[in-house]
Design a protein around this ligand. Structure first.
Ligand SMILES: *Cc1c(COP(=O)(O)O)cnc(C)c1O
Length: 400
């Protein structure tokens, strides 16, 4: 709690969408703007090692996701990074043409795969060689078992953004490999809150964002993980100068950098990445296993408070046991949007996910059990009094 700025009287159950401001990040923002940019100007690329920031930040993220040093780099967004890793993986598995995913994966993941497939099939062409195939979550395993020999890449999100349902990364990765399939995991809702062992689980590729449980700030750059043994055989299409072996030789032809830096493209957003760099220091000396323990405890405490106060008048839209879901709880209700707006009007910040999900996230680094109890009381008042029926709670905002 002492590490974060949380506005007075606010109970913030949305750290899974936008992590709150760590004081260290705020101080770094001032330093990077006033001193590094303001006073030291362009020399800062060397003197403050701006040029080394993507790898330095990647190396801070690595232990949080169970990755070895120099296998993670910070850059771009999940969407852009997915385009790079999917392209690179398709080239490795060049005799296969299908990407398998889940129908209700986070839409940008599906959109990026659709865009890539369209590009590879030739703009305007009728060729259907490359395909994105999606199935329901509960049949992914069987689909892989039956049709795996035909699939190039398995692309999944570890924790589903609506339901909080999670996959067993290790088991699915093993099955995928047995079928010659490469895996790409999206860690958007797990990095910083669920224990991950990417190296041990032999994951090929992973992407993630840093503005959710990693508290890097709005639009903070994402990250890419690649298994070290794949580095040499990779070829990603966004071959910008920062991914060049020697960017400052200004060679007219592209030669990729050897390691994970080959996933860089253009100039990094230094201000945002510096803020993220400082935000990650909040995790110093904290084990993710303990973060997860508190996440489960907060999550199940909230659930039992709601059960005691409301019985079963709210329908869960997630696995019943907190152990079986990510660091969130979801309810399904036809008036989920209005309930969420009513909560916000009482300073309990949650979010709504279309079409009918009320989602509450538990960020263990700053939330207290007291906060969660008060939130459950306010939620039950809103439901029992039906105050959410008021017209003011039905006005739709652009961002929900
Ligand atoms: C938040 C989120 C994203 C966001 O992608 P960006 O390109 O970084 O905006 C992607 N995938 C999942 C699963 C998410 O939850």
């Amino acid at each position: 709690m002492a590490e974060f700025h949380i506005p007075n009287d606010v109970i913030y159950l949305d750290g899974n969408s936008l992590g709150p401001l760590p004081y260290k990040a705020k101080n770094r923002a001032l330093e990077v703007v006033n001193q590094q940019w303001g006073e030291d100007l362009i020399a800062s690329w060397n003197t403050h090692d701006w040029i080394g920031l993507p790898l330095k930040v990647g190396n801070k993220i690595a232990p949080l996701i169970g990755a070895v040093q120099n296998s993670v780099v910070c850059c771009d967004s999940i969407s852009v990074n997915l385009f790079k890793v999917l392209s690179a993986a398709l080239k490795i598995n060049a005799n296969r043409t299908k990407i398998l995913s889940q129908t209700d994966n986070f839409p940008t993941d599906l959109y990026m795969a659709q865009g890539l497939v369209k590009q590879l099939n030739g703009i305007g062409g009728n060729d259907e060689k490359y395909q994105l195939v999606t199935t329901d979550a509960d049949v992914i395993f069987n689909t892989l078992e039956q049709d795996g020999n035909d699939i190039a890449i398995l692309m999944l999100t570890h924790v589903n953004f609506r339901s909080g349902d999670s996959y067993d990364i290790e088991r699915l990765t093993q099955l995928a490999h047995a079928k010659g399939v490469l895996v790409v995991w999206d860690l958007a809702h797990s990095a910083g809150v669920l224990p991950l062992s990417l190296s041990e689980w032999q994951v090929d590729f992973a992407v993630g964002c840093t503005y959710k449980f990693l508290n890097g700030g709005p639009g903070a750059p994402g990250f890419v993980y690649v298994a070290p043994h794949l580095m040499d055989s990779l070829d990603q299409p966004l071959s910008g100068w920062m991914g060049h072996k020697k960017p400052f030789s200004f060679d007219p032809s592209y030669t990729k950098a050897n390691g994970i830096q080959q996933f860089l493209c253009g100039t990094p957003s230094i201000i945002s990445m510096s803020v993220l760099d400082a935000a990650l220091d909040v995790f110093d000396g904290i084990s993710i296993a303990r973060v997860r323990d508190k996440s489960i405890a907060l999550n199940s405490f909230f659930q039992s408070c709601v059960e005691q106060l409301l019985g079963s008048s709210l329908t869960l839209a997630c696995p019943f046991k907190a152990q079986d879901r990510g660091s969130q709880i979801s309810f399904q209700h036809p008036q989920a949007y209005a309930i969420c707006q009513a909560l916000i009007s009482k300073n309990v910040i949650a979010d709504f996910r279309a079409p009918n999900i009320l989602r509450l996230g538990f960020s263990p680094l700053f939330l207290r059990f007291k906060d969660v109890l008060i939130a459950a009381q306010i939620l039950s008042e809103i439901i029992s009094s039906e105050i959410f029926l008021k017209e003011e709670f039905h006005i739709k905002n652009t961002v929900t």
